[in-house]
Each structure stands twice: as C-alpha cells, then as structure tokens.
Design a protein around this ligand. Structure first.
Ligand code: AMP
Ligand code: MN
Ligand code: MN
Ligand code: MN
Length: 331
C-alpha cells in the first residue's frame, strides 16, 4: 500500500516536467502555479485532461467589444483554462477590447501571449469578406482612421437593416439590437439575438436563414472598405492580413479561387486553414490553396462565447505542408 502511495506521489510530482520542453518557448508560470477563479465558467466537460504537447494557437476570437459574449478579461481567463498559449482577439472592426485583455494578462500573471488583432469587414463582388489583421499596432493612425470609417458604415447599415425589418413586421429592431450591443458597434449577431428574444425565430441559425443572410429581407448589401484598403491598413499597422473562414462565404470553388487570387494580388499574407468545425476535406483543400498561392496558414476558433459545439483552442492544427502565419513571431 505504502509503495502504491509513493509511486502515485512521484507520478504527480513529475507531471509538470513531462511537458516542460514543449513550453520553453512560451515563458511564464505553469498553470498550476496560478490561482485563478473562474466563477463565470460553465463545467468544462471538453477541457483537455492534461497539458497539451504543443502550444495551442487560437488566432480568431471575439469579446463584448463586438459580438462576443465574454469581457476581454473573461476571454483571456477562459483561453488559459483551455490551455491556449497564444490568443488573438479579433473583434469586428474594432480594437477596443485589446487593452483590457492585455491588462488582465499582466495583472493576473496569465501564461498567455496576446496577439493584437481585428476582423475587418470588406466588400468584394457583392460579398461580405472578412480580413483578419494579426499583430497590429492598435494605435496606428492608418488603422485608427480605417476603423473610424468602418464604425460609421456599421451604424448606417444598422439603421438600414432596422428600416428593412420594420417593413417586414419587425418593430423597434434598432433599439433592440442596440440593447444587446451596448457600447459595441451593432452587428447582425445583435439583431439576431433581438429577433430570437421577440420570438421571430427559435435560434440564431434560423434568424439568419429567415431574415439576415444574403438576399433575405433584413440583409443590406455590403458597403465596407475594399480588401486592398483593409490589407494596406493592416500592413501600415505592422500586422499580417489573413483571409478569414474562406469556406463560409457560400462561394463556388471557382469563385473561391477568384477571391484568393484577388486577396493575394492585394498583398494578403495568409488564409485561415483550420477552424474548430469544418467539413471533412475543407482543411486539406484550404491547405492546398495556401501552398498553391504561397500564402501562410492561420488557425482560429472564431469563438464568440460558451456554446456546446465550439471552444477556444479546440481541434486546431495545420497540415504539415503549410507554413504557419506565426513562423516568425517571438523570434
Ligand atoms: P456582421 O459583421 O454585422 O455582418 O455580422 C456578422 C456576424 O454574425 C458574424 O461574425 C457571426 O458572429 C454572426 N453570424 C453570421 N452568420 C451567422 C449564422 N448563420 N448563425 C449565427 N451567427 C451568424
Ligand atoms: Mn461575429
Ligand atoms: Mn467572420
Ligand atoms: Mn470572427
């Protein structure tokens, strides 16, 4: 019995050393050293049982600064809980959440590298195309100017969405969406939450299908900046531009290629190859595009808040043949 207890104790003591090699590139205290209280978290059924063998990069996430559900502080705490080592916060057309996140990481001494990010809405051939800026300086005058324009466009679009919904028997949509958005710029996700609240649909997917997706009554054709304007502002801010979730635009293979070619011509750097949830061959196909067009590869959960099917840092890995967007980071 005493032997069994001693073997168990030795095993427990050795756990922090098992993975120490993998984490040397990411200095900071081990998770076990830090008392973190996470009262807001639901039970983490899908949390990994042990430290990951490799640092987890999650380069796409949202906070209450746009249409996410967690504060920046809650988001970085959850990222640590999920064993993420490098997190990019990429709110829609705003960098407003970044300062609080950085402050929380240093105040709580969290073992997490924050990448300053943004997800910029652009208009291309009548589609809303999202461009991620990774590693940007949020104070950059080019970025500040672009995001100020985007905020005005977002507000005008929200008013137009509300007008269209009003004509379709959905009253007070602007005030309803604004109540969900708070200080954040109004997104379609905020309208969707309001429509669910007043019983126009039973869930988010249904609301988009019925009212907010391309071609539906509440949809307003995109009037955002161009892809080139977004990429240029990202570069002037010292960051890299990644084409977000290329498979989510409902483009045929031919049109998706056109988009990628256009993005490359506009000096885009990377495409998002891995997400938490993808069709069986999607990741492989996106990796092929990355190779073919000499683009770096990114990965991200597009986490908006706790939900059953998606989590920070989960199921994210890149096929061997692509070059990760982070290859020159931390050098
Ligand atoms: P916007 O930037 O205002 O066009 O809003 C787009 C946001 O709406 C996305 O970032 C998602 O958070 C959300 N969204 C888009 N399509 C769907 C969908 N089918 N179901 C749930 N949320 C969606
Ligand atoms: Mn969103
Ligand atoms: Mn997006
Ligand atoms: Mn996103």
């Amino acid at each position: 019995m005493i032997w069994a207890v001693m073997v168990f104790i030795c095993f427990v003591i050795s756990i922090p050393f098992k993975f120490s090699n993998d984490l040397t590139a990411y200095p900071g205290p081990l998770l076990t050293d830090i008392p973190i209280e996470l009262p807001y978290l639901e039970p983490l059924d899908n949390a990994p049982a042990e430290m990951p063998r490799f640092p987890i990069y999650d380069l796409h996430s949202h906070t209450l600064a746009s249409d996410g559900m967690l504060t920046p502080t809650q988001l970085v705490q959850r990222a640590v809980e999920m064993r993420v080592s490098v997190l990019a916060i990429t709110d829609h057309d705003t960098t407003a959440g970044l300062a609080e996140a950085a402050d929380a990481i240093s105040r709580l001494a969290l073992p997490l590298r924050l990448i300053n990010g943004v997800e910029i809405s652009t208009a291309w051939e009548g589609f809303d195309i999202h461009i991620l800026g990774l590693g940007i300086d949020p104070q950059s005058s080019a970025m500040v100017a672009l995001l100020a324009d985007q905020a005005i466009r977002r507000q005008k679009r929200a008013e137009e969405i509300a007008r269209r919904l009003e004509k379709n028997q959905v009253p007070d949509a602007l005030a309803g969406a604004k109540a969900f958005a708070g200080d954040a710029g109004i997104t379609r996700a905020h309208f969707a939450r309001y429509l669910v609240e007043i019983g126009k649909a039973s869930n988010m997917a249904q609301v988009f299908k019925k009212y907010l997706a391309k071609g539906k009554t509440g949809y307003v054709p995109p009037q955002w900046c161009t892809i080139k304007e977004a990429v240029d502002a990202i570069h002037l801010a010292g960051g890299q531009a990644a084409l977000a979730h290329p498979s989510r635009y409902d483009l045929s293979p031919k049109w998706l290629r056109r988009l990628i070619v256009n993005f490359k011509q506009d000096s885009g750097d990377a495409i998002e190859v891995a997400q938490c949830q993808q069709a069986p061959d999607e990741r492989t196909q996106l990796a092929r595009y990355a190779e073919e067009y000499q683009l770096l590869a990114s990965q991200g959960s597009d986490f908006h808040g706790p939900c059953a099917w998606l989590e920070l840092g989960r199921r994210l890995s890149l096929p061997d043949k692509v070059i990760p967007v982070w290859q020159d980071w931390f050098k």
